[in-house]
Design a protein around this ligand. Sequence first.
Ligand code: NDP
Length: 246
Amino acid sequence: MAEFAGKVALVTGGSRGIGAAIVKRLARGGADVALTYVSAADKGRSVIADVEAAGRRGMAIAADTADPAAIVGAVERTVAELGRLDILVNNAGVAIMAPIEAVTLADLDKTLGIHVRGVFLASQAAARHMGAGGRIISIGSCLADRVPGPGIALYSMSKSALVGLTKGLARDLGPRGITANLIQPGPIDTDMNPANGAGAELQRSMLALGHYGNTDDIAATVAHLAGEGGRFITGATITIDGGFTA
Ligand code: NDP
């Protein structure tokens, strides 16, 4: 039997990049998968077409993670239309990077709204629907552990919050058989951080492996945590960064 047969997943920010790879990996494993996006409706539809090509049900939901009603609504719609919720992947993210003197209140609110408040609210809403075997997996960043230069304080602060949230979720939900874990990627080749972008050479110089990771490297660990192999892993932070923080 497929590893995720009978399971339903919701992946925030699943229209592109790491999120899209996670959606496809879970669908290949037999899950029905909903994704959210904020603006790329066409890309969201194309990822869902891949889900359906794998023989699974899928749904693309326009939902800004920074909007409390929208993110909670996305959880509720997933349960209403796909019947249940077993796996939540909090992946949606933005990279607003600027020297501390230049960060605006709008930058602060947007980053915390997506990376912290939205993750908290999605996890809270999802937990209300999950049974034993439920999985909450959040995508943080290795920049929570190492800030290698200026301009990263806001991003790093927001991703650091997920370490505490994940441990707290593990404690609150462990008695119900639900796990919560955090994945901290290093440089992964996506629109957010292209391997041929302006800062790529500098990042490569900090990597023990000397090259960027790809989105499937993250999706593979999400699948491990979401599957049977993850049943005794909770409250953990797993770094997948090619040695960026080594
Ligand atoms: P991309 O920019 O390639 O994709 C971002 C995804 O998030 C898109 O699907 C986008 O939707 C969605 N999104 C953005 N803002 C919102 C929002 N407000 N509400 C809902 N969805 C939103 O990013 P990556 O795939 O690179 O990043 C995914 C996660 O991994 C992020 O949390 C990021 O911080 C983290 N990460 C990435 C690293 C990297 O090197 N790439 C390294 C470490 C962590 P739409 O298509 O509609 O815009």
